[in-house]
Design a protein around this ligand. Structure first.
Ligand code: 6PG
Length: 505
């Protein structure tokens, strides 16, 4: 009998998604340009299944793939973002794909490419997207999914995506996980929800990654302060991270950071992290988030700081040379009690900074949604990030609750729960940053988070002077606090006694 789904692209993510679909009872026809990958997945499936009937079928061409599928066809792509997506789509057209068939792109595609593709392929088939987070393990046992596109297509795809998605206990917001092949979690709330029309899902995934960059960088800065100012070893820091992971900072990123810090190098038996080169890579999604924030004018300085922190890490040789020339203060030596106190304060500092990073991400999504006409449900978005994805954290349950209480919440910082938390912890946050500054330890993301908080809560900012400067050199005009809003004025700065001119729009 025919297969339910066609799968193209059997790299690590694709192979694991295919096995996940099969675990959930779907019969899948698989294809990859590299036939060894097709053979490998069939072998893996039969090893997992033992003597039970196979759930996968291999194909050696696009035409064979289509011939093996139930109509209307449902095809999922897991190929690198960019040209390969169009390459596959064009081959499917040549192979005879029909107008009612659905192709789902699961890559980290740029959201504007997705918008163009939906339009471009409209007369040939329905192009739909599902952004995915969760890495290899997520793909195999339950990722977080951010689908978007044609709402009719969603009705056909929904059961499939909800089946393979990560699941959450709705009461606690904690992931319901099992990692046994053939035994998917079938209870709980699925981390897959329709995000909106085309592009919205990939936009939301892009912001997820921007937040991911900020969250990772904040943890790294905390580590840097601990190892440099507090002279703690990797093992000691791991222990603190493990403890924090039992509290309000509980998250996947916290957990894996502890694991990375604990890992010994099999060769030298020293902490592996101490021999990893301090030069960060990036594939671009954090950068896209930063660019988008700049374009729509939404303040996201902790996210952009995290991207720049990766850039400056890349200048390793320059930094090494500069370290010989540029002077800074020495970290003072601290007693054990002072160190314990500093560690306690850092926990609050990390938490407050994290709230700001998430506030920026949600604010950016709201601004972009307004601009692009998406009707984003932030409570639902927070909910599908509670499990499966890289930024999964207990904390997202509180974000979901904040938006459920107040759909129109302007900023996460204004939610009474988060506002109270920051009020309570901000003195520790400020002290941690001040101490790091006095010890000459960079913490750009943490500092930018605090600046974001302080800027957002300032009724008065110095942009009045800025407008004066702009009007002085470029007659760019200013508004006055004592005149009707929107009315623009220009002063003749070289002859100020001349009346100020009200400028018509
Ligand atoms: C996820 C990750 C995933 C990937 C990023 C890493 O949500 O599963 O975000 O998409 O790991 O592409 O990005 P960088 O290579 O830019 O760090």
């Amino acid at each position: 009998h025919k297969c339910d789904i066609g799968f193209i692209g059997l790299g690590v993510m694709g192979a694991n998604l295919t096995l996940n679909l099969a675990d959930n009872g779907y019969r899948v026809a698989c294809f990859d340009l590299d036939q060894t990958k097709v053979d490998a997945i069939l072998a893996k499936d039969s090893a997992e299944r033992g003597d039970k009937p196979a759930r996968l079928e291999g194909c050696n061409s696009y035409t064979e793939l289509l011939s093996k599928l139930k109509a209307p066809h449902l095809i999922i792509l897991s190929v690198p973002a960019g040209d390969p997506v169009d390459h596959v789509c064009n081959h499917l057209i040549d192979a005879g794909i029909k107008a009612d068939d659905i192709v789902i792109d699961t890559g980290n595609s740029l959201w504007t490419d997705s918008v163009e593709r939906e339009e471009h392929y409209k007369s040939k088939f329905i192009f739909f997207t599902t952004a995915i987070s969760g890495g290899e393990v997520g793909a195999r046992f339950g990722p977080s999914l951010m689908p978007s596109g044609n709402p009719y297509a969603w009705t056909r795809i929904e059961p499939v995506l909800k089946a393979i998605a990560a699941k959450v206990d709705p009461e606690t917001g904690k992931p319901l996980e099992t990692y046994t092949p053939g035994q998917p979690v079938t209870e709980g709330e699925a981390c897959a929800t329709y995000i909106g029309t085309m592009g919205a899902g990939h936009y939301v995934k892009m912001v997820h990654n921007g937040i991911e960059y900020a969250d990772m960088q904040l943890i790294c800065e905390t580590y840097q302060i601990m190892r440099t100012a507090l002279h703690m070893s990797a093992a000691e820091i791991a222990e603190v991270f493990r403890r924090w992971n039992d509290g309000k900072l509980n998250s996947y990123l916290m957990e894996i950071s502890a694991e990375v810090l604990e890992q010994l190098d099999p060769e030298t038996k020293q902490p592996l992290v101490d021999v990893i080169l301090d030069k960060a890579g990036q594939k671009g999604t954090g950068l896209w988030t930063a660019v988008s924030a700049l374009q729509v004018g939404s303040p996201a300085q902790t996210i952009t700081s995290a991207v720049f922190a990766r850039s400056i890490s890349g200048l390793k040789e320059e930094r090494v040379a500069a370290s010989e020339i540029l002077k800074g203060p020495h970290a003072p030596s601290l007693s054990d009690d002072e160190k314990m106190e500093a560690v306690h304060k850092l926990e609050q500092a990390l938490y407050c900074s994290k709230i700001c990073a998430y506030a920026q991400g949600f604010q950016l999504m709201a601004t972009a949604a307004n601009e692009h006409g998406w009707d984003l449900d932030f409570g639902e978005i927070a909910k599908i990030w509670r499990a499966g994805c890289i930024i999964r954290a207990v904390f997202l349950q509180s974000i979901a609750q904040a938006y459920e209480k107040d759909e129109g919440l302007k900023n996460l910082l204004l939610d009474p729960f988060f506002a109270d938390q920051i009020t309570e912890m901000q003195s520790d946050w400020r002290t941690s940053i001040a101490d790091a500054t006095m010890a000459g330890i960079p913490c750009p993301a943490m500092m930018s988070a605090l600046s974001y908080y302080d800027s957002y809560r300032s009724a008065v900012l110095p942009a009045n002077l800025l407008q004066g400067q702009r009007d002085y050199f470029g007659a760019h005009t200013f508004q006055r606090v004592d005149k009707p809003a929107g009315k623009k004025f220009h002063l003749n700065w070289s002859d100020p006694d001349r009346p100020q001119v009200a400028i018509k729009k």
